[in-house]
Ligand binder design. Structure first.
Ligand code: GLA
Length: 387
């Protein structure tokens, strides 16, 4: 497949709809450097936007319809501004129509407005834990904000896109993905404090230090609308309740002895992960500023161990990718995203990337596992208008 671009997405729009679009907007996927399952606990997160993006070519219609087409999907999807109801949204189009529905829920008056035709194109891998869904939501929300001249802030758009994900798609996630996609900055991580509602760009200096960040997509499919993700979230809520706090953000390492007494073993380990992970995020941001990115490796490794042993969201493929990367000289490595599959990341010297990628492929082949997809990403800009 050719890699899409703003121009090719505009051309695809013209082929499909017989006119040029009004514009093209795009938003990136993300990797999370550190801070997993902390976002819905009011905690700290440190992701960055990647160069893999979703483009949305958009043109206003004269009626109330919304139509969405994507080269990857055979059939276009359709909805009406008169009756936006998540129960009617099907599959991938929920990410698009869900944004319009969420805007209405957040007070955008749809009366008197006209709909859109949308053509989507993306090079964010699906189901790899790199937030292909947030990329769609944030590209569409940015387009609609401009097209309807709504004047919504990026903070408003984060809330709207998270509501689309939670209420229309049905995945009970936090807002890390949407925050990274909307607030990303080239060369920078986005240090998010969910409780304080801040998202601060922090220089990562990977290129200055001749480092690269490898993504290893294990191709083990993950699904956050069902299963383990929601169970982990409920454990965290139970832990907070039993500890008598509003959220796990109210606890720190000094509370661990009491937590060990109050909580059952499983809930205790879930809570310990979140408490120690918040501390690791804060430390990572300090260390990267004071000593540079080469000094954060141990924090990444400790984060992986905590997800594997305490939060129990890793899978053998992710562990194998992390262990093989470390055994071959990576500075740090961990699984990234919600877990139960998806991708791992490895921070390494740029001139070792090929060798480490090869070693990971060989390890997967030796274990008779599906070959992973390995590629380099760099911190990139967030959502914007391209054309
Ligand atoms: C998924 C969710 C995020 C976050 C991560 C885990 O990516 O979409 O909100 O909870 O999992 O850190």
């Amino acid at each position: 497949m050719d890699i899409p671009s703003p121009e090719s997405t505009a051309d695809a729009f013209a082929d499909r709809y017989g006119r040029r679009p009004d514009g093209v907007w795009s938003a990136p996927g993300r990797v999370n450097l550190i801070g997993e399952h902390t976002d819905y606990n009011d905690g700290l997160v440190f992701p960055f936007a990647i160069e893999r993006r979703t483009w949305a070519a958009v043109g206003r219609r004269e009626d109330r319809l919304l139509t969405v087409h994507s080269g990857a999907m055979p059939e276009p999807a359709q909805a009406s501004l008169d009756s936006l109801n998540p129960e009617d949204f099907d599959g991938w189009s929920a990410y698009v129509f869900g944004v319009l529905w969420a805007m209405e829920q957040r007070g955008v008056d749809l009366a008197g407005r006209t709909g859109f035709d949308v053509m989507l194109a993306s090079d964010v891998p699906l189901g790899a834990g790199l937030s292909s869904s947030a990329a769609i939501e944030c590209a569409v929300a940015s387009a609609v904000n401009d097209e309807w001249e709504l004047g919504l802030s990026r903070r408003d758009l984060i809330t709207i896109c998270q509501l689309a994900e939670n209420g229309a798609v049905g995945a009970p996630t936090g807002n890390m993905d949407q925050t990274a996609s909307l607030m990303g900055k080239a060369g920078h991580g986005v240090l998010i404090d969910v409780r304080a509602e801040t998202a601060e760009p922090v220089p990562l200096h990977f290129a200055d230090e001749h480092l690269e960040l490898l993504v290893i997509d294990t191709r083990v499919h993950h699904e956050h609308a069902t299963g383990g993700y929601g169970a982990r979230r409920r454990s965290c809520e139970l832990g907070a309740q039993l500890m008598g706090v509003g959220s796990l953000r109210d606890l720190d390492e000094a509370d661990l002895p009491r937590a060990a007494e109050v909580l059952d073993d499983e809930t205790f380990r879930r809570v310990r992960h979140v408490i120690t992970e918040n501390a690791r995020v804060a430390r990572t941001a300090q260390v990267v500023a004071a000593d540079g990115p080469r000094a954060i490796g141990d924090l990444l490794v400790a984060s992986h161990a905590s997800m594997r042993d305490d939060f129990e969201i890793s899978v053998p493929e992710l562990d194998l990718a992390v262990e093989t990367a470390l055994a071959n000289g990576a500075i740090g490595a961990r699984m990234t995203g919600g877990g139960f599959g998806g991708a791992a990341i490895a921070l390494l010297d740029a001139d070792r990337a090929e060798e480490v990628g090869g070693a990971i492929q060989a390890a997967f082949a030796a274990a008779e596992l599906t070959a992973p997809i390995v590629f380099v990403v760099s911190p990139s800009d967030g959502a914007h208008r391209d054309l």
